[in-house]
Design a protein around this ligand. Sequence first.
Ligand SMILES: [Zn+2]
Length: 79
Amino acid sequence: MDERFDRQRVNTMNEAPARHAAIGPNTRLECKICWTVYDPALGDEVWQIPPGTPFSELPAHWTCPNCSALQQDFLVLDD
Ligand SMILES: [Zn+2]
């Protein structure tokens, strides 16, 4: 892995989150780092998120259950 790339990514994460306005109650999102999908219909066992929880209502401390990426590193999945 390129260390400089990682540092650049961290800087980017401090900027305003993009795209999250498009998230609805059933919107699935995919981690852009490890491709883990958050599906509101399933919730998240790792974080004990009950099924039916929209991505936008996840607790602020929720991160990718697989790689700990921040919520703003998730991209909307279009069905
Ligand atoms: Zn991830």
